[in-house]
Every structure is written in structure tokens, then in C-alpha cells.
Write a protein that binds this ligand. Sequence first.
Ligand code: COA
Length: 146
Amino acid sequence: MTDGVVRATTDDRLDDALDVRREVFVEGQGVPADLERDDYDERAGTIHFVAYDGDRPVGAARLRPAGEGVGKVQRVAVRESDRGQGWGRRLMAALEDAAREAGYDRLELDAQTHAVTFYERLDYEVTSEEVFTDAGIPHLSMAKDL
Ligand code: COA
């Protein structure tokens, strides 16, 4: 039995991460499936994470290179019925540990505006002047120095 957040380094774990993302973003938020999955999923340097409550996948996230010393946090998702229990915080902690290990000194992300408070609790700061729309959803850019 797996419990907690792990890197999705096998096909089975990657499938679990992608299932959570599809449920949260495509089915839950109406993001087109061909935007939700992109080339970065397969690229060297991208690290996928999946959170397990026992054997059940409950959350996912992705970290990819975005320039010298900079990593981009993307696709942070917790299944609706599992929210509010610290899974998002644990996913981000595992991702930040991996980012430090990979030599990143700064993380950037585009936060859906409803999630800005979630990231602020984790010490990310808003860096964009204005709200912008991506996949039909309002976003603000945020960043954190590690
Ligand atoms: N508004 C305000 N605060 C929030 C919040 C929200 N929507 N969601 C979480 N928080 C706060 C919690 O209160 C908690 O604060 P505390 O530790 O000081 O008590 C902290 O953030 C961590 O919460 P946690 O339980 O770990 O978050 P979660 O497991 O519910 O996951 C999301 C948060 C955003 C990942 C989850 O709501 C989600 O998957 N949403 C849909 C997908 C999405 O929009 N992802 C973000 C894309 S940018």
C-alpha cells in the first residue's frame, strides 16, 4: 500500500496522476482534454506527482523546467471529495522538496484566481498586474523563492 505523495515514475502512477487531472480539470472545470494534456507531460525534466490515500489516488501535480534555476508548477489538483484535508499542501511540499533537489531556486505558477489564497498560505506571491484568461479560466501569476 502506498500512502502520501510520491513521484509518478512508473506508467501506473502516471496514469493515476492523469486520471485525477482529467476528473478535476476536464470533467470538473470544463477544460478541453487536448489542452489539459500537453507536450510537457512527456518531456525530459518534467516531474509528475501523485497523492495516495491508501491505494486511492486523490491528488496530482506537475513540475517542469522554465528557465535558469526556475521551475513551473502546474496541474495542481485534488479530487473534490478529498479537498480541505491537507492534500494540496502535502503535494506542494513534495514538489518543493523535489524542486530544491533539482537545483531550482524559484518556482512560478499561474493560479486560478480562486486558488490564490491556497498558494498565499504556502508563501507564494502574486506577480502579475492583471488577471488573465487561460482555457477560459481567470488566472494570476505567482512565484516563490526557495
Ligand atoms: N480558498 C481559500 N483557502 C484555501 C482554498 C481555497 N479555495 N483551498 C485551500 N485553502 C487553504 C486551506 O484552508 C489550507 O489553509 P491552512 O493550512 O492554513 O488551514 C491550505 O490552503 C491548504 O489546504 P489543503 O487542504 O491542503 O488544500 P486542498 O487539498 O483542498 O487543495 C486545491 C487545494 C486548490 C489544489 C484544490 O481546491 C483543487 O484541486 N481545486 C481544483 C483544481 C484547481 O483549481 N487547482 C489549482 C489550479 S491553479
